[in-house]
Design a binder for this molecule. Structure first.
Ligand SMILES: [Zn+2]
Length: 470
C-alpha cells in the first residue's frame, strides 16, 4: 500500500509539473516515454523532468535546456558546430529572431504585392522582388535554395513553407490561424541549428521544395488528399528539427540522454518528431481541430519522420520493391498513400546527388564537413572515429561515390519505376553525371579523362533536355 501511495503522489506531482510547463509533451499511458519514466526510481524521475526531450522557453526568450550528458565529454551538442560567433548568447539570438521576423513580415507584404513606403528599404525590395520571382518557379528541379535563402535573409524555410501552404489552399481548407502558422514556422526555423554545416534550416527548406516537386507528380497529384499534402509538407519541414550535427552512433557511444530516452532506436528521428509535436502543441496550430484528428496528425507525422532513418533504408526499399513487382500499390487506399508519402520523403531527404552539379556539389561539401567535424571531436576525445568521419582517410569524392552507389541509386531507381516521369529521369541523369564528376576527382582517375568524357556523354543523353523540372 505504501508504495502505491508514493507512486500516486509522484504521478500527480509529475502531471502537475508538466501541466505548468508550456510546450510540454503530455505523457499519457500509451506513450513509450511515459513507460520509461515510470520504470525508473523517483530521483531519476525528477532528474528526467529537467532534462527531458522538450524545449522550454523562459520569460526572457528561448532558452533550450538540453546538454550533452557524457560523463567525461561534457559536450554541449547545441554548439558543436559553432564557430567564432557565440551560439548561445540570448541577446544575440533575440535580436536575430526579431530581425528575422521583421524581414519575414516585409517579405510577406511583397509577396502579397503591398508596396513599402520607406525608401531606405530599396535593397530589401529588390531582394524580395527576386525572391518572389523565384517562388514562381518553386516547382523547378533547378530551384536554387541557397540563393533563395540569401534573398530571404536566412528565412527560406518560413517563406517557402508559407508560400506552399497557401499555394495548396491548406490554410483556408484547414482554417489555420495565420498568426499561429507564422509562429510555428518561425520557431521551427529557429530550432534548426544554423551552425550545422548541413543539418540546418536550409536543408529542411530544400527537402520541402523537393517534396513539393514530388507531390506534383501525376500519380500523387491525382490521388493525394489535402490532409496527405499537409502532412507531407509538415514532415519535410520538421524532419530534422533540432538536429545536433552528429549521428546516432555518436549519441549512443557518448551516453547522450536522447539515446537512453529512445533506447538507442531511431534516436534522432524520434527526437525530431517529438520536437515537432512539442511546437505544434505549444503554438496550438491544430487546437481548433477535434482532439482525435490532431492526435492522428501527430502520429502520422511521426510515421513519416521515422521513415527517414537511413538505417532502415533496406526495410522500406524491399517493401517498395515488392509492391512494384506485384503491381499492387493502390493509391485509393489510405495506408498505401501513406507508404508512398514515406518513400517520397525519403527521396526528398537524400535527393542532393540528383540535383544539378552546382547545387549538388555544395551539399556534398557541407555534409562531408559535418561528418569530418564529428570525426575531429571523436579524435579529440579518444573515441573510435565513425565511418566516413575521418578526414585523413576519406575524401569528399569517396564519401559521395559510396553514398550514391549504395544508398541513392537503389532508392531512385525504384522511385523511377513507380513514377516514370520526366522528373524521375532527370534526377537519374543528374545522379549519373554527378557520380562521374566525383569519380574524375579521385586521384587514380586523373589519367582517364577520355573515359570520363564518354561516361559524361552517355549520362547527358540520359538526361532529358529542356525539361520543365530540369
Ligand atoms: Zn534530412
Amino acid at each position: 500500500m505504501g508504495i502505491s501511495v508514493i507512486w500516486s503522489v509522484i504521478a500527480i506531482l509529475v502531471r502537475w509539473i508538466f501541466s505548468k510547463r508550456r510546450g510540454a509533451i503530455s505523457y499519457d499511458s500509451s506513450d513509450q516515454t511515459a513507460l520509461y519514466i515510470r520504470m525508473l526510481g523517483a530521483c531519476v524521475i525528477f532528474k528526467q523532468l529537467f532534462s527531458r526531450d522538450v524545449r522550454v522557453r523562459s520569460q526572457v526568450g528561448f532558452e533550450p535546456e538540453r546538454r550533452g550528458s557524457h560523463p567525461y565529454l561534457g559536450v554541449d551538442f547545441r554548439t558543436l558546430h559553432s564557430r567564432a560567433e557565440s551560439a548561445g548568447s540570448i541577446p544575440a539570438r533575440r535580436i536575430r529572431r526579431l530581425f528575422s521576423f521583421q524581414r519575414h513580415l516585409l517579405s510577406s507584404r511583397f509577396l502579397r504585392g503591398a508596396p513599402h513606403l520607406n525608401p531606405l528599404h530599396i535593397l530589401d525590395e529588390d531582394y524580395c522582388g527576386q525572391a518572389k520571382c523565384m517562388l514562381e518557379k518553386v516547382g523547378s528541379w533547378n530551384f536554387d535554395i541557397f540563393l533563395f535563402d540569401r534573398l530571404t535573409n536566412g528565412n527560406s524555410l518560413v517563406t517557402l513553407t508559407l508560400y506552399l501552404l497557401s499555394h495548396y489552399g491548406l490554410i483556408e481548407l484547414f482554417q489555420l490561424d495565420m498568426v499561429k502558422v507564422h509562429r510555428f514556422l518561425v520557431l521551427v526555423q529557429e530550432d534548426y541549428h544554423n551552425h550545422n554545416p548541413y543539418h540546418n534550416s536550409v536543408h529542411a527548406a530544400d527537402v520541402t521544395q523537393a517534396m513539393h516537386c514530388y507531390l506534383k507528380e501525376p500519380k500523387l497529384a491525382k490521388s493525394l488528399t489535402s490532409c496527405d499534402i499537409l502532412l507531407g509538407l509538415l514532415a519535410a519541414v520538421t524532419h530534422d528539427l533540432d538536429h545536433p550535427g552528429v549521428n546516432q552512433p555518436f549519441l549512443i557511444k557518448t551516453n547522450h540522454y536522447l539515446a537512453a530516452l529512445y533506447r538507442n532506436t531511431s534516436v534522432l528521428e524520434n527526437h525530431h518528431w517529438r520536437s515537432a509535436v512539442g511546437l505544434l502543441r505549444e503554438t496550438e496550430l491544430f487546437s481548433h481541430l477535434p482532439a482525435e484528428d490532431s492526435l492522428n496528425m501527430e502520429r502520422q507525422l511521426g510515421s513519416l519522420i521515422l521513415a527517414t532513418d537511413i538505417s532502415r533504408q533496406n526495410e522500406y526499399l524491399s517493401k517498395f520493391r515488392t509492391h512494384l513487382d506485384q503491381e499492387d500499390l493502390c493509391l485509393g487506399n489510405a495506408s498505401h498513400r501513406h507508404f508512398v508519402l514515406q518513400m517520397a520523403l525519403k527521396c526528398a531527404d537524400i535527393c542532393n546527388p540528383c540535383r544539378p552539379w552546382e547545387l549538388s556539389k555544395q551539399w556534398s561539401e557541407k555534409v562531408t564537413e559535418e561528418f569530418f567535424h564529428q570525426g575531429d571531436i571523436e579524435k579529440k576525445h579518444k573515441l573510435e572515429v565513425s565511418p566516413l568521419c575521418d578526414s585523413e582517410t576519406n575524401s569528399i569524392a569517396d564519401v559521395q561515390i559510396g553514398f550514391m552507389t549504395y544508398v541513392v541509386e537503389p532508392l531512385f531507381a525504384e522511385w523511377a519505376r513507380f513514377s516514370d516521369t520526366r522528373l524521375s529521369q532527370t534526377m537519374l541523369g543528374h545522379l549519373c553525371l554527378n557520380k562521374a564528376s566525383w569519380n574524375a576527382m579521385q586521384p587514380e582517375a586523373s589519367g582517364s579523362s577520355e573515359e570520363l568524357e564518354s561516361e559524361q556523354e552517355a549520362s547527358s543523353r540520359a538526361l532529358p533536355q529542356g525539361s520543365p523540372q530540369s
